[in-house]
Each structure stands twice: as C-alpha cells, then as structure tokens.
Design a protein around this ligand. Sequence first.
Ligand code: FE2
Length: 306
Amino acid sequence: MPYARRMSHPHIEPVSPVLGAEVSGVDLNEPMDDATFDRIHEAFLHHGVLFFRDQQKMPEATQIALARRLGPLHTHPAAPTTDPDAAVFVIHAHRDSPVANGNGWHTDVSCDEEPPLATMLQVHTLPEGGGGDTMFASMEAAYETLSPEWRSRLRDLTALHESEHVYRGRYADRGVGDEDVVYPSAQHPVVRTHPETGRPSIYVNRSFTTRILGVDPEESDTLLRWLFRHVERPEFQIRFRWRENDAALWDNRCLQHFAIWDYWPNERMGNRVTVLGDRPFLDPAAPEPPPSPLRLSGGGLAPHGL
Ligand SMILES: [Fe+2]
C-alpha cells in the first residue's frame, strides 16, 4: 500500500475584523502540501498577519525552507546571524541587552530600497512572568479611514526612510563591528499599493521615516507627527500574546508592529527569517477603497469616555 501523506487542514480564525488570524491544524515541522500552502498564503494576504499555535521548535533549515516558499530571502543590513546564508536573525533580549528588537512602531527594514515582504518569527523562549507581546496595526485601515481630501494629499507625497540612527552600534554587544558600514536609506511613496492585492496603505513609520520630501521641514514634521499618531490608533491594532514556539508570519507591505519590551530583566528569544520584497510603488490606476466602516473615537480630541 502506498505511503499516505498526512494532509493538513488549516483552520483560520480571525483575531479582529481589521487584521490578524490564528491558524490551527498545521504543523510547520511537517512538509506542507501545495494546497495547504495556497490556503495559508491566501489567508496571509487577507488577514495581514497569521499566528501558528501549538508548534514545536523549528530547526533553522525548516524555517528557512518554509519562508523561501514565499520568495527569495532578505538579508538584514545590521543584525548578527547564525547560519552561513545570513538568513536567520536571532531575536534575543535579556538582562544585559542595551535595546530590544522592534520595541517601537515600525515596518521591518523600511530603509531598504526593497524592504522585506514578510517576516516569519518563532519565539522559543518567553519571559518568565509574562510580557513580550507583539502589537500589529493595519496600515490599510489607517488609509481607509482618511477623508478623500487627505487620501489625495498623501498620495502625492514621498518620504525618506533612514537607518543610521537606528542601527549604528546597535549590535556591538553581539560582536557586530560597523566602523566601515554605510547604513541604507531609501525614498518610498507615503501611500503604497500592495503588489498582490492592489490595496493601498500608509507607508510611514516612527522608527525609520525621517522626512516628507518636497515640503518645508516644518510641514514635514507636522505631517509626520499627525500621521504617526493616526496610524497608531487602537482601532487599527491587535495584540498577540505568545506561547512557547508560536510562530507569526506578517506582511510588511500593509502593517506595522511593535514588540513590547516590558519584561526586563527577563529573557525572550526566537528566530526570525525575512522574505525579500519589491520596491514600494503607488499604482494611480488601482481602485480606491470605500470609506472605512470603523467608527473612530476622535483621536483623543473629543471626550468619549464614560
Ligand atoms: Fe520588526
């Protein structure tokens, strides 16, 4: 009797109507058939970030092979790596860490000309006593809640994303010397079109975006301050509480995330692999989404509390 390959039947459970879904019924350490991969890829495009529960620790080669099914891998411009292909970025924060990765709103490596399409992180060691959650925010929802006038204004703008201030000396404690390194910077549209779904989203973030180009510095500062505040509204967010060996796969083209460092001096550790993306662009012919059904609270300007 021929060997019967075990089939996966992924179950996709949305976290919120805005973004995120939990995936169960899939063992990431088992070979994944094309039908299962296609179902997961479809859910990834629809929900923006997927959380895989009840996993075993993936060997580096398994995680790399899985990420490669989404495309060629991205190499981080600054971080220490363990494997010869520099594909695995070990996320590790502990008592002596001067900083913790991702402890602020950002899109991964948006300072690159071709930033990562996706990031896959598996967390192996959770901080004792809790903490270490990751927040995610939908930049599509952030765009869809804007008035037509603001959408139109932002669609004309380009922003500078820089990394010198983020990366210089950042990994010195992990043996990374960077005396001769020039850290990347790039110009990207403030509103980008998702290359696979065609949906627009806001593409500026507090960590890397330093300047709106073509306007005077004061206007740039005002616009960015307002945009950073808008995109960080709780209506666009979810917050994921990790369990040991949970894996997350997120789409850097349409969301931001924030890895909360609330657990010092405890330790958190995992492996991250990123997939190379294409250069962000705005397709002027892509259809405009309808106004968002979200009822925003007034941005804290109006008293809605009880
Ligand atoms: Fe990140």
